[in-house]
Design a protein around this ligand. Structure first.
Ligand SMILES: *Cc1c(COP(=O)(O)O)cnc(C)c1O
Length: 338
């Protein structure tokens, strides 16, 4: 790689971006968990990026919304599960920017107005509920709705699930740079950076940052849906697209590292032991993890450290990607599990 760190930073600074997130987010050591595991486990609080726009999706939306505005969009369309954090963050970003939003939310039965879905409604999003078992995909439905807005004389902009595409990827490429600066401030080197993998954009941004900045860390994604093969495909596709936008060469060979085995009963479904673990971490560290992503991913990290998977790493950084509103629709399950 001929391009050095400074040149990459300058390229990142030139990208179209709207400031939506509170950055940088804090990084600190989890003392009780570290003592238990005999390793330094650090946490980066990306759940502190905001309130309505909390979590990892805001970092991506800073770049995605900038592109949409540049193209003259007046409606942001996106999709996700009924409790999608990304959909809620998009609805909040749209309202903040004076745009409309329209969400396609995947459901199997009539949803209760709670958690993120309640907030989506309050944030004024147009909402289409879709049962994917009917054979229509979320993307096809988004395109159909975009067509209707166009017919009505508006300019819709379709954001893929999780904003995980070449542009959204800049969010975590930039977060990786933030981490490098925080290492200097804290006087620590993280040997591994660990996150949940849901639509792949958080992982691929961090992975690409690690390669472009030549940081030599282990970047590990804990899958909370699908599996390793699926994420290898997704991440190689979005990484290529980001590199093309940056006019950078692929930074040599490098493999993605995904760990399967922690999705439990499936995407957004919880097991009592996962919920107990979340309550345990809350009491021990004062950190509330979410049931769909960070609870499973941190449980995965905790279990894998115990198994020795991270043995050469002395300092491990876990990214708390947010999602706490997703706890409330599971209040009964949580109180039963505790
Ligand atoms: C979307 C999401 C993730 C997963 O990030 P991806 O970039 O989609 O892989 C992790 N945590 C939370 C809270 C999320 O909402």
């Amino acid at each position: 790689m001929a391009t050095d760190r400074k040149q990459i930073e300058e390229k990142l600074d030139r990208l179209d971006r709207i400031r939506l997130a509170n950055l940088p987010t804090p990084v600190y050591r989890l003392d009780r968990v570290s003592a238990e595991l005999g390793k330094n486990i650090w946490i980066k609080r990306d759940d502190f990026t905001g309130a309505e726009m909390s979590g990892n999706k805001v970092r991506k939306l800073e770049f995605t919304a900038a592109k949409a505005l540049k193209e003259g969009a007046d409606v942001l369309i996106t999709a996700g599960g009924i409790q999608s954090n990304h959909a809620r963050a998009t609805a909040a970003a749209a309202a903040r920017l004076g745009l409309r939003s329209h969400l396609v939310l995947s459901v199997e039965s009539e949803p209760r107005m709670e958690g993120n879905y309640l907030l989506d409604r309050m944030l004024g999003a147009g909402i289409t509920l879709l049962d994917e078992n009917g054979g229509v995909t979320l993307s096809a439905k988004m395109e159909e709705i975009a067509g209707e807005y166009r017919k009505a004389g508006l300019r819709p902009y379709v954001i893929p699930v999780g904003a995980s595409d070449g542009v959204g990827n800049f969010g975590y490429l930039n977060a990786f740079r933030e981490i490098l600066h925080q290492e200097e401030e804290l006087g620590v080197t993280f040997d591994a950076v660990v996150c949940a993998a849901g639509s792949g954009g958080t992982y691929s941004g961090l992975w690409l940052g690690n390669r472009l900045f030549g940081a030599g860390k282990r970047i590990v994604g804990i899958t909370v849906c699908d599996n390793r093969d699926y994420f290898n495909g997704v991440c190689s596709r979005i990484t290529k697209s980001t590199l093309a936008l940056l006019e950078e060469e692929p930074p040599g060979d490098g493999e993605f590292t995904f760990i399967d085995g922690y999705k439990g009963r499936g995407y957004a479904l919880s097991k009592p032991e996962e919920l107990r673990f979340i309550a345990d971490i809350a009491a021990k560290e004062g950190v509330i993890l979410d049931p769909v992503y960070t609870g499973k991913a941190f449980y995965g990290l905790y279990s894998e450290v115990k198994k020795g998977t991270f043995d050469p790493c002395g300092n491990i950084l876990f990214i708390h990607t947010g999602g706490q509103y997703g706890l409330f629709p599971k209040q009964d399950q949580i109180s039963e599990a505790m």
